[in-house]
Design a protein around this ligand. Sequence first.
Ligand SMILES: NC(=O)c1ccc[n+]([C@@H]2O[C@H](COP(=O)([O-])OP(=O)(O)OC[C@H]3O[C@@H](n4cnc5c(N)ncnc54)[C@H](OP(=O)(O)O)[C@@H]3O)[C@@H](O)[C@H]2O)c1
Length: 339
Amino acid sequence: MNVGFGIFQRGDGHSGTWQDRSVPGSQCFALVNFVRPMPSSKSSVHMMADRSLHVLVTGATGKQGGTLLRQLKARGHRLRALVRDPTTPAAKALRAQGVEVVQGSFDDPSSVEQAAQLVDAAFLMGTPFAGADVERKQGISVIEGLRAAEVPFVLYSSVASASQHTGIPHFDSKFAVEHQLRTSGLPFAIVGPVSFMENVVAPFALPGLRQGTYGSWVPADKPIQMIALEDLAAFDTMLIEKASRFRGQRVEVAGDELTPVQVASVLSQRIGRPVRLQVLPLEGIRQQNPDLAKMSEWLGQHGYTVDIPALRHDYPEIGWHTLDDWAGEQDWNRLLAAA
Ligand SMILES: NC(=O)c1ccc[n+]([C@@H]2O[C@H](COP(=O)([O-])OP(=O)(O)OC[C@H]3O[C@@H](n4cnc5c(N)ncnc54)[C@H](OP(=O)(O)O)[C@@H]3O)[C@@H](O)[C@H]2O)c1
């Protein structure tokens, strides 16, 4: 399945922890009889913005931050990226695109304060890769730095349902960061994305997909909400450009809702060959990562509850992707070529 598969993966493919392993006792569902429809041509809005803003982007070498940075750049904004190591290929690639790259870390508020000098807005995200408690501490540390720099607007990317006391460690840590931001005195907005569609092609998922298997952490018939990173970045861009309108708001975002059976069916059609669904047993997940197991359990019993029709109605300019739209835009030959 797609939900949370990417939680412990970086956009550049580093630091995967537990994917690629099959979990004993999984159920398998075979899908056959597929057709290959024409690819869809959805795209996000990339017109120039009315006013060029100077924006600090954290996580710019990763998936969320990287996608946002490209969209902000396409709309004519000036960008500064906070990276831990400016000598990495990812950081050099940002510089080659005309992005100002500054060294800093979520662990070091003074580096964030320096990086945030004189920007109009800052995009903040965090990761639970070193544990949810580290994510919470880092978020608090970054907000300290942003407050010292008196940043005019902070957009924090949390997760949908973080406010619902789910008991999932990396949801609760994000909610603690949300609370810190709310009480910081900084002007802010919070976006809460559901599962990324891109989890389907994350480094841990691709080996299975190459073998014709889509692994799910929730029951086969449980609907799961998901969002394309391009749509999340388009929404983030809108929140940053219309900061005064969204100030103090918390908006949860999703683009589609499908059961794992339906996801496998969409993938079969778009890839052009059968994709079997493999439901991974909770106990196997728990043995490898209790945080993800808790999320998996919660998704199976509850799940995200974003009002997708209302979002599509209120923000048609985002060009919301269904999973089918998204899958139709992927270069499956390249993605599924042997590594
Ligand atoms: N996958 C999903 O379905 C999903 C859904 C909702 C929410 N989320 C949340 O999204 C987050 C992951 O986002 P992502 O997928 O965009 O991450 P990602 O691709 O793994 O990128 C992580 C980024 O964080 C930066 N970073 C990590 N530690 C840092 C530190 N100490 N100081 C400064 N920068 C640091 C990395 O920069 P460097 O280049 O310096 O390493 C990198 O740019 C997680 O919190 C996850 O819970 C995920």
